[in-house]
Write a protein of this length. Sequence first.
Length: 732
Amino acid sequence: MAQNKDYERFFMILENTPAQKYLRANPFTRTDGVDFGGILTKKMFFDSFYAESRKSSELLEEVAREVKESPESIIILQGYSGCGKTTFLNYLLNRDFPHSSIVDFERGIDNTHSDPIRKKIQYNICDGIFDDMINQEFKTMRCFVKLFFDYFDNFHVISHSLDTEFQMHKSVCKIEEIMQNRGNYFVKGEKSYRYLLESINACLDSLNATQILTFYVLWDIASDIAFDKRVGNLFCFDNLDNVDVDKTKEFIKYFAQFWINLVDVFYNLKLPPKFRVELSQRYGFILSLRETTYARLTEHLNDLAKGVFREFTVSDIYSLQNIISKRKSFLSGNKGLSERCPDLYHDVSVLDRWMRNEYIEKNVVPLFNHSYNISVMTLCQISQKDWNRSYIDEYNLLEARKNKKFFRGANAVILKMIFEYFKEKEFFEKNLQLYDFGADAGQKYLFSPARLILTYLSNLRYQCSFYQMVKMFENIIDPKDIADILDKLYLLRYSSWRHLITFDKNPPSDRSGLQRQLDWYNNHLPEGDSRYCTFEITPAGKVFLKTMASHFEFYSTRLSRGRVRPLFLKYNLEFDAFTSQYRFQTIINRVYRAVLECCNRLKTADESICQIKGWTLDDFYSSDLVFSDPKRNTRQFHGERLIFNHIGYINIYRQYLLSMDAEHPKKVEWNRILVDFISDYLGIYERGDCTKSSLNVRVAKILREQIDKIKETDYHDFETPIETEDYKKKFF
């Protein structure tokens, strides 16, 4: 890489930069100083840090094609917070659209104004007019005045509908007057910049939103003509989420009509006919916003708007592994940065190693709804905690074994650190009820309502209305509790986790949450009414269901008041004289007892649901209330998931211990303890202490035969696994 002064300055700053700031470094935001005070330029970023993926490349081609081939469309880029919308937008413009204008709503927004978006656009126009008057000798202004008055001379019909009371006409005349009397804006030979800006602003204040947008485009056309450039521009409105959502709704309302009117304006400008036709193909608009904001706008999209907007999702197009790997390579490949910044290089290398584990990237990044920022900040905090250093060292040893079975133990070490972090943040508090075990005082249900609601949403695989949700759980979950749980699952979006559900239409707009929806339901508002909100499960919700809810380490984390190490740590091989048990024995015993209680509670709850619904057990099993994995075409009752997932985890731990070079008597003792635990878990299923499906009958039979075979050798059999290939393929 050719080095220059910009890079040298950047290298110097890196010597005192923490990993989470370096890994989030980009020139598009000033949040937390991740643009390094402007030292990290867009060119440096795209040359050295941008990591394209297959998904981002495919989406780039799709959006670029839509802009070029469907010029009358307005592009919506929507996605989860922190997923890379701004980065994608800038890369799109940098590569395919060199002539573009970005109206960035990250800062400088006055939400007390009646129309903050319109006001922000006005400021952009004022800056352009001001610069033209001060530095460009009115070249654009002269062209603009000519263009504008030619337009109005020949287009009386649209001028009447677009230019109410000829406000645009009056504003242009006032600006022209400023241009002609520019001497009034110089005091004692010096330019009075503030007075000039205030005067320009005053000229535009009377324009409504549609008029100010039209003014913006006409000014851009005039600028291109004045400087003999190819006329055309892609206007982008980024970070619209920072505008009050009700005011963004108003913006969306008038924006579609503005664009349709503008196409008519293009066709009637006093310009060569071919050029007029091409103008609509040379101009385009992109709006970028979060999926939660977009959900609030869809209810206001009338047929006109629906015909104009084209939606693209930018939620999961970037690979965290690719990004971190590229940033690690930058440190190792430039002027000895890895030696100059040893702490930074070490911390980046830790995350780089984690992300090379395919399981971690597939389960951890979606756990944060593909938010690159939140993923990086959380993983950096976790990896840098003193008490996690031993975890990381042992993860490295487990991962270095290159044994696919033991990878599950390595993966669990990372997950355990995340579970502990979530516990510290109180995400598992009982009022959210994300867990199925423990009869806490005042606990209302024998199951986790949140887990059951998420299971239902996951199985639907399409939008669910509030009416549909309440109706489904009638007499099973109190409607007030449904509203409260949905609110809490959604409000996790403000936390360092992410929301487990997202709204597609009519999300809660104030602190009352879904109370209004509940009132409508209680007052018998019919099912199909469009005022009901609709929602769906997020990637974070899906990972919670698939990975967290039945994981041994999730139970271990929740059951302990303090911090309990992951099962696979060597620390747990120590014998605790106080309990007269190995530490791993204490951990497994505590989890087993909780699972036994949980399965009994769930069985009672399942029987109650069947009675309420008038279902047989087979009806319940085939319903949307039972966890289903469509990719593997399998489903399990939750109690079964706990039993067989934990059996699989303990069996791999057993095989891991038996692979160690330990004395023979100790291996026999470990084998006995772990085989007996597996036998106890299997007994829950065999006795019918949980709701059973026929899916695991054959699996249970094989596991019992393997257990008996080991016991017959007085636990000296270290070779026989307690597992089935068929089960591993389906559930591991």
